[in-house]
Design a protein around this ligand. Structure first.
Ligand code: DX5
Ligand code: ZN
Length: 212
């Protein structure tokens, strides 16, 4: 299982957090983007922060919790992320958004919030590389994992197997050494974790605890 680290809620300043992620065994830096419209919070990215992320050796995945997807895809494609993930509820024009992200030479992910019926993803699963199952209502770090997420991951894995699809299953929100136990063996390919890792002294110690 791959680990992607969200820097949203950290015990360290931004630069130090990114340095610690780069030095860790994490597979990805998870870049959370909030616009204050789709979700209440705003993530204020300065030029310096974007440059630091761009120059980071660790691969990046961008998680857009925004409306105005074209604008944000244009901006964050500059980081050369491996994958750009958008929120399912942020658009009705999925085919267009998927193609727009592909044209940026990035893989495509769709994030699905706890209140959205998974079946609505069915028409698009063949066209995307990753589904990000939200374990919390999108909008802030440090929330508690919603138990219903376990069944949702099982359901998605079932669909994936039945339809012989290849998208990766990832989970985001409320992940720690306890909550991961119920989902680790359910076809989960990647887990995003923020406060559990970034509020600790040794990032690698926490990552190892998630993986075993
Ligand atoms: C939630 C964000 C998550 C979050 C994860 O809206 O998309 O990436 O920061 O942080 P933790 O692991 O603290 O829930
Ligand atoms: Zn996220």
């Amino acid at each position: 299982m791959q680990i992607s680290v969200s820097f949203l809620s950290s015990a360290y300043p931004f630069d130090k957090t990114i340095e610690k992620i780069n030095d860790s065994m994490a597979n990805f830096i998870h870049v959370d983007v909030m616009d204050g419209v789709f979700v209440n919070h705003v993530t204020p990215f300065t030029k310096e922060m974007l440059t630091l992320l761009k120059n980071s050796p660790k691969p990046k995945e961008v998680h857009l919790m925004t409306l105005h997807l074209k604008k944000y895809i244009d901006l964050f494609a500059n980081l050369n992320p491996e994958c750009i993930i958008y929120e399912f509820e942020a658009t009705e024009k999925h085919e267009k958004v998927i193609e727009y992200i592909r044209n940026k030479k990035s893989k495509v992910g769709i994030a699905i919030g706890p209140l959205t019926d998974l079946k609505r993803l069915l028409p698009y699963l063949k066209k995307i590389d990753l589904v990000l199952v939200m374990g919390v209502i999108p909008g802030s770090g440090g929330q508690s994992f919603l138990k219903e997420t376990i069944g949702r991951i099982e359901e998605l894995q079932k669909i994936k197997k039945e339809q012989k699809l290849s998208f990766l299953i990832s989970v985001d929100g409320g992940i720690n050494e306890q909550t991961i136990k119920d989902i680790r063996d359910k076809g989960l390919n990647r887990a995003v974790s923020g406060s559990y890792i970034c509020k600790s002294v040794s990032f690698d110690e926490q990552i190892k605890k998630l993986q075993y």
